[in-house]
Design a protein around this ligand. Structure first.
Ligand code: HEM
Length: 414
């Protein structure tokens, strides 16, 4: 039976967050020598105050990026993630161009096309795996579209996403560095042959001398890392939420226009990116605490988004209430540039699963949560169809992800 504890281990972390917010909202962990910030207002202040809280510590464990032109290495402070304004603004401007509204329309079309293909395959079997069978191919199709690459690059982009996802992981296979370097070679080739859209935008900036070849690679890799697993985690979290609160399934079934509200509620409640980090550039005061210069500050986005003084203490989700704006995508200069894309992708995938597939249930014993405190989501989530016609086809009304009570009834009917 699908209940919250069988799918999730996070509630323990959420209780710990609540204790931090209550008792020590700005806390110095002396052993690790880091400051931990857990309340909404304080987290948002730090994200916005780039002068006192620098991003220069981000991406420190990334592999180096070498120029395909002269072999020089890109210094960390020149990467998108680790740079601060004004240098950051200049890089970020190029990324923004990839997410212009007309590009998003093309990306949505790519997502829907890929979902059409995926769904035809899914309904031929008895069960499917949400991450591998649904999210990964759709995300690859969308990222290829973001980069302005046609379908012959799809397999390549899927591999880039896989390598980038592994770069985010704690334990990396020994072969990863070689695969990362091969990916950089591929990206450069793709960018050189790209028309105006996507990677062509970065190349045009390179030809104008606004960035160099290393930046073209860094911007692309950062997009891949940012988009690799986050949307997949979002989709898994939404499905887990529906399994935990079956009433929402009926709401969505009755009115699919509530899906964006469901996505937003999930993003806030189970934020795929649970934390980020900054370093102080001078002695600063935060909520009455003096934090010395050069201190690492961990910002608990997942805690800020559950701050009861902002969002109330009720754990139930009500889709008819407008969610207050949350910090799942960060804030300030580094706020996620993929916000609209993530919402669109998450929405079309959830909608397809809920309205175009026959009834299915998640298989809790085969759900695997990401084993990292910094991320929240599932890297495996199995589902099985509930009804089969005698001719072998799955059938029945779109009663997807049956609520526990429905599922219980159906079991006893068998
Ligand atoms: C549910 C999905 C997503 C979530 C929850 C998410 C969350 C975040 C957060 C919290 C940050 C800010 C980190 C910080 O300030 O330290 C960020 C940055 C970033 N995200 Fe996302 N993201 C998502 C999807 C995407 C997608 C789909 C892309 C690209 C296709 C993307 C690309 C990026 C990039 C490039 C940055 C770095 C921006 C910068 O440093 O200026 N993200 N994301």
């Amino acid at each position: 039976m699908m209940t919250a504890p069988s799918l999730r281990t996070l509630p323990a972390a959420y209780q710990e967050y609540a204790r931090l917010r209550r008792e020590m909202p700005v806390f110095h962990d002396a052993e690790a020598d880091v400051w931990i910030v857990s309340r909404f207002d304080d987290v948002r202040t730090v994200l916005r105050e780039h002068r006192h809280f620098s991003s220069c510590v981000l991406g420190q464990d990334s592999f180096e990026i070498r120029s395909p032109v002269d072999g020089s290495v890109l210094p960390a402070e020149e990467t998108l993630l680790a740079s601060d304004p004004p240098r950051h603004d200049a890089l970020r401007m190029h990324v923004g161009r990839l997410f212009a509204p007309e590009r998003l329309v093309a990306c949505e079309a790519a997502a829907r096309r890929e979902l059409d293909r995926v769904i035809v395959q899914l309904v031929q079997g008895n069960r499917f795996e949400v991450v591998h069978d649904v999210c990964e191919p759709v995300v690859a199709a969308v990222m290829a579209s973001v980069f302005g690459l046609d379908t012959c690059w799809r397999e390549c982009v899927a591999q880039w996403l896989q390598v980038s996802g592994q770069c985010n992981a704690r334990s990396r296979p020994a072969s990863l560095k070689a695969r990362f370097d091969a990916m950089l070679d591929d990206i450069w080739q793709a960018a050189e042959h790209c028309p105006d859209a996507g990677l062509g935008v970065f190349m045009a900036a390179c030809h104008r001398g606004e960035v160099d070849a290393r930046h073209v690679l860094d911007l692309t890799v950062t997009l891949l890392k940012g988009g690799a697993d986050t949307t997949t985690y979002l989709v898994g979290n939404v499905l887990a939420l529906l399994a935990e609160q079956p009433g929402l399934v009926s709401d969505i079934r009755r009115d699919p226009t509530l899906i964006p509200a469901l996505i937003e509620a999930s993003l806030r409640r189970d934020s795929p990116v649970q934390l980020t980090v900054r370093v102080t550039t001078a002695d600063v005061e935060l909520a009455g605490h003096r934090i010395p210069a050069n201190s690492r500050v961990i910002l608990l986005l997942g805690s800020a988004n559950r701050d009861e003084t902002v969002f109330g203490s009720e754990d139930e989700i009500h889709l008819d209430r407008r969610e207050k704006s949350h910090l799942a995508f960060g804030a300030g200069p580094h706020r996620c540039p993929g916000v609209a894309l993530a919402r669109m992708q998450g929405g079309v995938i959830v909608q397809a699963l809920m309205t175009r597939l026959p009834a299915f249930r998640l298989v809790p014993e085969h759900a695997r949560e990401v084993g990292l405190r910094a991320l929240c989501g599932f890297d495996r989530m199995d589902a099985e169809f509930l009804v089969r016609e005698s001719n072998g086809a799955t059938a029945g009304p779109a009663k997807n992800l049956l609520p526990a009570s429905d599922y219980r009834n159906r079991q006893s009917e068998r």
